[in-house]
Design a protein around this ligand. Sequence first.
Ligand code: NDP
Length: 304
Amino acid sequence: MTAEIIDGKAFAAGLRARVAEQVAALTADNEAGGAGGGLRPGLAVVLVGDNPASEVYVRNKARQTLEVGMRSFEHRLEASTSQGELLALVERLNRDPAVHGILVQLPLPEQIDAAAVINAIDPAKDVDGFHILNAGRLATGQDALVPCTPLGCLMLLQARFGDLSGQRAVVLGRSNIVGKPMAQLLLGANCTVTLAHSRTRDLPAICREGDILIAAVGRPRMVEAGWVKPGATVIDVGINRLEPETPGGKGRLVGDVDFDAVRQVAGAITPVPGGVGPMTIACLLANTLTAACRATGRAAPKLL
Ligand code: NDP
């Protein structure tokens, strides 16, 4: 069997187009002085320091925000910024009615307590979905702003399967930003979920139980063909840059799944790059649209 390749790049382009359509409708309503009062959603991104990977993410986020017709506000702060200064900026953004979504790019410099900053963001503007209130809402099945990467994975799965009820899902990795919310989302979609991690015994056997296998560990090509149930759908969240001295390396990006081997066994698989990655920013824009609609008493549009 050779797996179907799930084209996250194309799916993300479709999602961005649907977001852009909704933004255009909201903006037109604004210009016509529509009954709803009109609005142009705005996303503020805060970057502290000069981490090169973060620079690239922030630039891409700002470009795609503008492309879908939203306002983009970029705030670049020195690496030496104090926690108090960053909290003061977050407070200002919380109060700014033109800002509907706030994202503080992680990682933050070590003098700053990331959890304190994230929990200072107005939960209604927390488009990364990392605020403790949104995490709690997701865990208890209430309406929440959901972390973008697992939301993107869920959308890819729902586009493929429709209803996910009854599927056996294995999530490899239990971080707060990917693994745990992924497991909550799958549970909410009525999957039977196993959440595996570094202390899990006999990982290959656990992974082989999954009709759906999500890999989010940050270990290049860790998931081998023998870990995958024949015909399973494999979602590879990992983004790992190979060292130049690795055979076939040369700084290439690879996932947590051994793509060439696993595609011989799986029914469908996301590539790296071009799978989950593009979905993350598209879902950030979708979350910003949702936050803007809710802030102005509008129903959040269905984007699937
Ligand atoms: P973290 O490092 O926060 O978490 C990794 C998880 O994997 C932990 O739960 C850890 O277990 C588990 N793990 C690590 N090594 C092993 C092992 N040998 N066996 C079993 N479990 C293991 O990573 P993130 O969740 O932030 O990210 C995971 C990957 O996803 C990374 O490659 C990251 O770059 C990528 N990523 C991609 C995004 C995208 O947009 N596509 C967005 C975010 C992340 P334990 O808890 O026991 O330590």
